[in-house]
Design a protein around this ligand. Structure first.
Ligand code: ADP
Ligand code: ADP
Length: 239
């Protein structure tokens, strides 16, 4: 089943910089795809256009059969709930507990602030705990987020994204700040979680070796254009 269709997506920033020159691809439900390319290629721009953090200049984005390129604020919130985001810098609330951070994914930030006053419902809390168990962080549940190592913080980021019950995860350089060992653990955790729940993932990476190890498909972009789209074993050295 086709989950996402991207057609001729272009982005020109207000200062005239071309972020994307017209990118097209489709994503099947549950596919784990690495987006690779040098710095400045347009990887972040692509993910940001997909969740409408950045407005594309032209082209269409269709998610589960609905065109989302033009939807307004209220609908956009519903669309964004289907797309879990994972960031290079984790973007956790540093002074909140690990568990509360995961509940932010479940409830949205404002609602989970209310929840922090003792109003979290049991079902949400149980789900968040189960997700923390899945990413191997049950022991860290009540620690402050900033007490954790980088790799652990990113696994909280994964649990927070999963808590949204997304159809798609957009991960923007999730391991760029991590050492090789933590990178492997984070990618393994992300890969297994997506696979277990049939969640598709678009993961920006600049390490080709990591992309080849984990992704079932690789999209290569360079200077705002798609230059490769295929199986990892078809990727040649010049990418
Ligand atoms: P990354 O390493 O994640 O690609 P950058 O250092 O390129 O991040 O960019 C950091 C921030 O600055 C991002 O929000 C990006 O959108 C913005 N940015 C990048 N290039 C420009 C530019 N030429 N003009 C304005 N903002 C930019
Ligand atoms: P990547 O994620 O592959 O490093 P980006 O999507 O961050 O690439 O950047 C693609 C191009 O768009 C780069 O030339 C970058 O400088 C530019 N860019 C990114 N964000 C902005 C921005 N906010 N304003 C202007 N140019 C930007």
């Amino acid at each position: 089943m086709t989950l996402l269709q991207v057609e001729q997506l272009k982005k020109v920033y207000p200062d005239g910089t071309v972020g994307l020159k017209g990118i097209s691809f489709e994503l099947e439900a549950g596919e784990f795809v690495a987006v690779i390319g040098p710095s400045g290629a347009g990887k972040s721009t692509l993910l940001r256009c997909l969740n409408r953090m950045v407005e594309s200049s032209s082209g269409t984005i269709t998610l589960q059969g609905n065109t989302i390129t033009k939807v307004k604020a209220k609908q956009l919130r519903a669309v964004r709930r289907k797309m879990g985001m994972i960031f290079q810098g984790y973007n956790l609330v540093a002074r909140s507990t690990v568990l509360t951070n995961v509940l932010h994914g479940r409830l949205g930030y404002m609602n989970s602030l209310k929840g922090a006053l003792g109003l979290f419902n049991k079902q949400d809390t149980e789900l968040a705990k189960a997700l923390l168990n899945k990413v191997g962080l049950s022991e860290q549940m009540y620690k402050r987020a900033d007490e954790l190592s980088g790799g652990q913080q990113q696994r909280v980021g994964i649990a927070r994204a999963l808590a949204q019950r997304p159809a798609l995860i957009l991960a923007d350089e999730p391991i760029a700040s991590l050492d090789p060992a933590a990178s492997q653990t984070v990618m393994q955790t992300l890969y297994e979680a997506c696979k277990a729940d049939g969640i598709a993932c678009l993961c920006n990476l600049h390490q080709v070796e990591v992309a080849k190890k984990f992704a079932t498909r690789i999209i290569g972009i360079r200077a705002g254009e798609k230059v490769f789209d295929g199986a990892p074993e078809q990727l040649t050295d010049e990418m």
